[in-house]
Design a protein around this ligand. Structure first.
Ligand SMILES: Nc1nc2c(ncn2[C@@H]2O[C@H](COP(=O)(O)OP(=O)(O)OP(=O)(O)O)[C@@H](O)[C@H]2O)c(=O)[nH]1
Ligand SMILES: [Mg+2]
Length: 241
């Protein structure tokens, strides 16, 4: 195994250094790729400093805020070109704690996709208000009804993917640039008949900094689910029009 852990960042200066260190403590065999969108708070510069003393940390610097989905896609291509396997993704705000990486990396030996899951026994969320719980459970339910995914957590980004699966799926057909990328990539894996495993995580509120998710993104994500369902029915749109 030569795991790559992709952390997409936009203004995560307060989190990124301690996060990278904790990732490497929990998964010493891994490398970390930070995909930063020219964060105004200097996240990228801080990563450059860290790289001087930690060769397992890398930076993919993009010119501006281009969205979480395209950040992950660019990170995946970066990792595949360099022979990393598996490719993992996680948020860079400690909502996805590195303590779960050993279980995720162990699981990917048996599955094509391994998900850090809030909705299997032992998993959960901490300090979430009722509206956030309803929103998250609701979008998972809609994913299940429309797309029939076999796993319980379809909307979280804490995942590992086998490199050969990522090479096989048509990543350039993905239209979501933002958060709904998470469901769209899962749909491509599902269509490829990938096996999907889950291991419990407790999702905690971000440790520092501000959320970047907007209401628009949430509605866009629900729209994406309907688009994917439509593509299933019509059997099409595997490649960009
Ligand atoms: N490179 C890049 N990263 C992004 C972008 N938008 C969000 N991110 C990162 O994606 C991860 C998830 O974003 P968050 O703002 O934490 O969204 P969230 O987890 O749904 O919301 P909170 O629970 O409030 O934190 C974080 O590590 C962000 O820094 C983007 O446009 N580009
Ligand atoms: Mg977050």
């Amino acid at each position: 195994m030569r795991p790559l852990i992709i952390c997409s960042t936009y203004n995560e200066r307060e989190n990124i250094e301690s996060l990278a260190r904790e990732i490497l403590e929990n998964a010493p065999e891994a490398n970390v790729l930070v995909v930063d969108d020219n964060s105004p708070d200097g996240t990228g510069q801080l990563v450059r400093e860290l790289m001087k003393t930690e060769p397992r940390v890398h930076l993919l610097a993009r010119p501006g805020k281009l969205g979480l989905g395209t950040a992950i896609l660019d990170g995946m291509s970066w990792g595949l070109e360099r022979g990393y396997d598996p490719i993992c993704t996680m948020d860079a705000d400690f909502s996805h704690h590195p303590r779960y990486l050993p279980a995720i990396l162990a699981g990917i030996q048996s599955y094509d996709v391994m998900i850090g899951s809030r909705y299997v026994p032992g998993g959960g969320t901490k300090n979430w208000g009722i509206s956030r719980q309803i929103l998250s459970r609701g979008s998972n339910l809609v994913s299940k009804i429309l797309l029939g995914f076999p796993n319980k957590d379809c909307t979280g980004c804490y995942r590992a993917y086998r490199a050969d699966l990522l090479k096989k799926i048509p990543r350039d057909s993905i239209k979501s640039t933002g958060y709904s990328f998470v469901e769209e990539v899962l749909e491509l894996c599902y269509r490829e008949k990938a096996t999907i495993g889950e291991t419990p995580i407790i999702f905690e509120d971000r440790r520092a900094g501000q959320s970047k998710i907007s209401k628009k993104e949430i509605f866009r994500a629900i729209g994406t689910l309907f688009r994917l369902r439509w593509q299933r029915i019509t059997g099409g749109a595997r490649t960009k029009a």
